[in-house]
Design a protein around this ligand. Structure first.
Ligand code: DP6
Length: 400
């Protein structure tokens, strides 16, 4: 009977992050070491999060993993790298003379179940939250307390930045073994309470070129990427950290847009070229620039990852007017009240002057919906056993 052989289970959540200085390119594919440092904003888990349960038991005969309810191949190399790395850290701890009972679980197989509270297909960065959550949860189960950057990074580079809340930098490091390639918090989530983040979901299609393959081709072929990594990013990292420290919104916003644009320029400089932006993405860029020009200062910024969705930063008092501008340019197609998800945004009328300044032919349905969110904390442990995604038999609980 399952109850006679208890399993040890832990459930944690981890956030999505969005880079404002982009990571693009590895110097070591195996260890996932980047060619430049990067800096990101951790998004609030009330809107976007991964939840993961990891369980160990003497009874389990193999490692197994379920993602959003479906069993996946546990042999996948990145997953194996994470498991190997966390077990190595756990062994290191035990050999240091720690007799913590959790360390005994090292010889046990693990079952992992993970779900996102947002559609994976929306093209939002689910791998960062997913691997950060995996690293964090496995660390609890195996009693590992050391830095988890390497564990998360081996899953997906950007995942190491989801190990912390607020504003986070991933220092590229110099060492060949990657020991100094770690994530570090630049400022906590409480640092800039007025900052808001809007995710403009423009397409739910699967992307043509994944990040891993895309950045490999860029490293091999783009001279612009090399120039960016060596000669542009170091100064930008320092400047972005300053903007965050001083809560300098126009500085933060301009640098965020420039860095997104340069990342997409390196994609176009890749051969054969890669393009992640769509016509709607470019319309959003135009909208942001015209909105800012109308106000005579930088009140809104966009950034795009390896896909067409826009992530927009603004201070809270700008959000209602900007959302009205998005509705004007991209009239919601079907269900108007589902257009805005997440934090509430009061409706406001758009002035005729701003309408004229935007000067667009509306594109109905161009933006499918908006998720309004803010800066948030890092991974959390859920103490309530009802949160476990795995039952006492170590198998996924049937979805409620
Ligand atoms: C454009 O972290 O997904 O989002 O390390 O190969 O898994 P791998 O790549 P990934 O790349 C993210 C690229 C980006 C920029 C960023 O998040 O910094």
């Amino acid at each position: 009977m399952a109850s006679e052989k208890p399993i040890v289970a832990v459930t944690c959540t981890a956030p999505v992050n969005i880079a404002v200085i982009k990571y693009w390119g590895k110097r070591d594919e195996d260890l996932v070491l980047p060619i430049n440092s990067s800096l990101s904003v951790t998004l609030h888990q009330d809107q976007l999060k991964t939840t993961t349960t990891a369980a160990i038991s003497k009874d389990f005969t193999e490692d197994r993993i379920w993602l959003n309810g479906r069993e996946e191949d546990v042999e996948q190399p990145r997953l194996q790298a994470c498991l190997r790395e966390i077990r190595r850290l756990a062994r290191k701890r035990r050999s240091a003379g720690d007799e913590d009972p959790a360390a005994l679980g090292l010889s046990y197989k693990v079952h992992v179940a993970s779900v996102n509270n947002f559609p994976t297909a929306a093209g939002l960065a689910s791998s960062a939250a997913g691997y950060a959550c995996l690293a964090y949860t496995l660390a609890q189960v195996y009693g590992v307390e050391s830095d988890l950057s390497e564990v998360a990074r081996r899953g997906s580079g950007s995942a190491c930045r989801s190990l912390y809340g607020g504003f986070v930098e991933w220092q590229m490091g110099e060492r060949a073994d990657g020991k100094d390639s770690i994530a570090r918090q630049v400022a906590p989530e409480s640092h800039w309470p007025e900052l808001r983040v809007l995710i403009l979901v423009v397409s739910a299609e699967k992307k043509l070129t994944g990040s891993t393959a895309g950045m490999r081709t860029s490293v091999e072929t783009s001279p612009l990427l090399r120039f960016r990594a060596e000669s542009v990013v170091p100064a930008r990292m320092a400047e972005m950290a300053r903007c965050v420290q001083e809560r300098d919104f126009p500085g933060f916003a301009q640098l965020t847009m420039k860095d997104s644009n340069q990342f997409h320029a390196t994609c176009l400089d890749t051969f054969p070229p890669i393009s992640y932006l769509s016509d709607t993405s470019r319309r959003v860029m135009l909208l942001v620039h015209r909105f800012n020009a109308h106000h005579g200062r930088t009140k809104v910024a966009y950034t795009f990852d390896a896909g067409p969705n826009a992530v927009v930063f603004a201070l809270h008092d700008t959000v209602p007017e900007f959302v009205a501008a998005v509705r004007h340019c991209f009239p919601p197609e079907s269900n108007g009240d589902k257009f805005l998800k997440g934090l509430p945004v009061p409706p406001v009328p758009l002035s005729d002057e701003l309408k004229a300044a935007l000067d667009v032919d509306p594109t109905p349905g161009g933006v499918k919906y908006i998720i309004a969110t803010q800066v948030g904390p890092g991974p959390q442990i859920l103490e309530d056993p009802r949160a476990h995604l795995l039952g006492p038999d170590g198998l996924p609980k049937p979805a409620a």
